[in-house]
Structures are given as structure tokens and as C-alpha cells.
Write a protein that binds this ligand. Structure first.
Ligand code: SAM
Length: 293
């Protein structure tokens, strides 16, 4: 399939992810981060800037009923499994609208679960109905291709790295499965907004936890390519797929801006560029142990 955008280590495809994944080589990807539609744009409401607004993210987020939604999750996860390398892992994010179905679809495809992470949003929007609890977390399932896979987990970096954004992470203690990370900062939306954009700090952590420098990271629902930006900042190669060109164009703007401002971590340190700190980078200490491929 022809690329929509092709640069060294950053490739975007426009199309349905199932079709695009079918066109990619088997066993070619080290890690997949997937943020599939939550299928919640069917008449519910949320709070934005203190006002009650309809949840209509786009036609891509309209559900087709439980059976068809589940079939969709089974199909894209099957194609993801084909492109993952033997030791590869996948992360799938969602709320209760979708994450249980994704969990079932992962099981049907015989992935092997590693963790479920509760991503707590300390600045989540309030609940205006006051009839149930305020939704303030999303779930991330982390799974490996199969039980025999020797997956990567950069344990020491997770334990001893700097995670200042997270008030729950205690310095020098093991990284736990509840992560406190705020929603995307205004600086992450300079080139336009994606309605379900993920924070860079979340993707940075995922990439640093489960890949090494030079690894290939794929996002089948790339949106504004937060995954791709985090991959670039940390010297990974990125492949993103989305069926909406407007989001790929936003991804390109984010990528080109980053490319024009990217400074090596040594140069950033020399210049004392603190603004890069929240996004960057593996520390200089050699936390990442060499692994056999
Ligand atoms: C939840 S959003 C991902 C947002 C992304 N994580 C970010 O940080 O910007 C899901 C994205 O998947 C895309 N999408 C939905 N169904 C798709 C499909 N079948 N194939 C490819 N892309 C799809 C939508 O256009 C949307 O941009």
C-alpha cells in the first residue's frame, strides 16, 4: 500500500487499519500502541469548559452494536498479531465503553496479558449530571504476542527514571500499575486538536517501558500521532495508520515541527532546555540492558 507520508523513520498510511495492516510484512514490528474508537459517540454528554456538550467525536466513533463492535476488535487485533515480531507486545487503551471488548478480543486472538494499567487523570472533567462517579481514568492493557514471547520491560528505567509528572510515583520505588498523568497540555495542541488526543507523557512512558532505541513502533489508530511524536523523541521508528486524512495532516505538522526543533539530548542539556524535559528522553545512565533478539 502506498504511504501517505514517508520520511526517515516516520511513515503514515491513510486507510482502514485492517487493510493497511494486511499489506505490511509479518513479524516486522516490535511494539503496537492502539487507541481504537471507544464507540461512545451515540448521544451521550460530557463537560467541556464547564458546559454540557454532546459526545460526538466523529463518525469513526459511532458504534455498530455490541456484536459488530466485538467483531471489529477481533479483526484488527488479529492483523496486529500477524505484524508483531515474536517478542513483540501490544498496548490497547480504552474506557469501560470498549476496554472489556478489547480484552475479550485479545484473549480470542491468544495474546498473553502482562498488565492492566489504570491511567488516572488528576484533572479529569467534572460530572455534570451528579448521578454517578466522575470518570477519571482509562485502562491500558499490555499483552505479549504469546506466552513464550520474551518481551522487553525496562524495569530499572521505570523504577529509577524521573517521573516528575506523576504524583503517585515514589522516587526509587518500583513503578506500579496506577499512573497519574494529566490530559494533554496546551503546548501539545499547537497545531490543532484531536478530540481524543493522548498526553505525550503517557506515550513516552509506554515507549520507554516496552521498547529499545531503534525499535519499530506501530499505531493502527494514530490520530494526531502522539505515539509517533513520543517515538521520534526517543529514537524509535514509527508507522501510523488512520482513515481520516485531517488527522494525518495534523500528525505531519506535529512531526515537522518536532524535526525542525529536535535537539540531541546532549545539546539540550548543554543549552539547559528545560522545556524539552517533560517529553525526553532516556537518561544518560545506561538503564537499558542489552537484550538478545
Ligand atoms: C481514539 S482516536 C486516537 C487518538 C490518538 N491516540 C491521538 O493521540 O491523537 C482513534 C483514531 O482512529 C481512527 N480510526 C477509527 N477507525 C479506524 C479504522 N478502522 N482504521 C484506521 N483508523 C481508524 C480515527 O480517525 C481516530 O483518529
Amino acid at each position: 500500500m502506498k504511504e501517505y507520508y514517508l520520511r526517515k523513520e516516520f511513515t503514515l498510511y491513510n486507510g482502514d487499519c485492517i487493510d493497511v495492516l494486511k499489506s505490511l510484512s509479518a513479524n516486522s514490528v516490535d511494539m503496537i500502541f492502539a487507541d481504537p474508537p471507544y464507540f461512545l459517540s451515540n448521544g451521550s454528554f460530557t463537560c467541556h469548559a464547564g458546559k454540557r456538550v454532546s459526545v460526538k467525536k466523529g463518525n469513526w466513533d459511532l458504534g455498530n452494536g455490541a456484536q459488530k463492535n466485538l467483531k471489529f476488535h477481533i479483526e484488527w487485533l488479529k492483523e496486529c498479531k500477524r505484524v508483531l515480531k515474536l517478542n513483540g507486545t501490544i498496548w490497547v487503551s480504552g474506557t469501560y465503553h470498549s476496554i472489556y471488548q478489547c480484552g475479550v478480543a485479545l484473549e480470542i486472538n491468544e495474546y498473553h496479558f502482562l498488565n492492566d494499567i489504570a491511567w488516572f487523570k488528576p484533572n479529569a472533567a467534572p460530572n455534570l449530571s451528579c448521578r454517578f462517579f466522575t470518570a477519571s481514568h482509562e485502562t491500558l492493557i499490555w499483552a505479549r504476542k504469546n506466552k513464550k514471547s520474551k518481551h522487553i520491560f525496562n524495569y530499572n528505567l521505570m523504577k529509577n527514571g524521573k517521573w516528575q509528572e506523576d504524583s503517585l510515583k515514589k522516587s526509587g520505588m518500583q513503578m506500579r500499575s496506577v499512573w497519574s498523568i494529566g490530559t494533554p497540555k496546551p503546548s501539545e495542541k499547537l497545531f490543532g486538536k484531536h478530540p481524543t488526543q493522548k498526553p505525550l507523557d503517557l506515550l513516552k512512558r509506554i515507549i520507554l517501558a516496552s521498547t529499545d532505541r531503534g525499535d519499530v513502533v506501530l499505531d493502527p489508530f494514530t490520530g494526531s500521532s502522539t505515539t509517533g511524536i513520543a517515538a521520534m523523541l526517543n529514537d524509535r521508528t514509527f508507522i501510523g495508520i488512520d482513515k481520516e486524512k485531517q488527522y494525518l495532516d495534523l500528525s505531519i505538522k506535529r512531526f515537522e515541527n518536532l524535526r525542525s526543533t529536535k535537539v540531541s539530548d546532549t545539546a539540550a542539556n548543554k543549552l539547559n532546555c528545560n522545556f524539552l524535559q517533560p517529553m525526553l528522553l532516556e537518561p544518560k545512565e545506561k538503564y537499558v540492558l542489552k537484550r538478545k533478539r
